[in-house]
Write a protein that binds this ligand. Structure first.
Ligand SMILES: [Fe+2]
Ligand SMILES: [Fe+2]
Length: 138
């Protein structure tokens, strides 16, 4: 499993690229964490905390992007916002019961880090890429 920043994800807008890199790093860290998970230890609180900070940072990033798009008068803003809010809802729907039991926590984090990473890469390459010209022109 490779959860790594790839230069083709770079949009050429430094503030945004930095935020995307931080998000990738959060996925990587979550993945790396699974190597230290010990059997019989309950990581429930740490997982909740991790989810909370991922969500917080993601929302911050989405707002930042949406403001730039708004200022630049980007025409597909609405579609983009829908994708963002759909993803936040997905994060909200992650069920506490899915990582309630210590024996399922490692797999939960593995699945989560892969899911976050895949979504992020796809969103950057397919959706974020669309605003680049408009924002750079602005
Ligand atoms: Fe983004
Ligand atoms: Fe976006």
């Amino acid at each position: 499993m490779i959860l790594k920043w790839n230069n083709n994800m770079e949009l050429g807008i430094p503030s945004i690229d930095d935020q995307h890199k931080n998000l990738v790093e959060m996925c990587q860290k979550a993945f790396e964490w699974t190597k230290e998970i010990e059997e019989g230890v309950d990581y429930y609180d740490q997982i909740s905390q991790m989810l909370e900070s991922v969500k917080e940072y993601t929302i911050e990033h989405f707002e930042f992007e949406e403001n730039l798009m708004k200022e630049a008068g980007f025409e597909q803003l609405l579609e983009h916002e829908v994708e963002h809010s759909f993803f936040v809802k997905k994060l909200d729907r992650l069920n506490k019961r899915d990582y309630d039991e210590p024996q399922e926590q490692k797999q939960f984090i593995l699945n989560l880090s892969q899911f976050l990473f895949d979504w992020l890469v796809h969103h950057i390459l397919e959706t974020d890429k669309k605003y680049v010209d408009t924002i750079k022109r602005d």
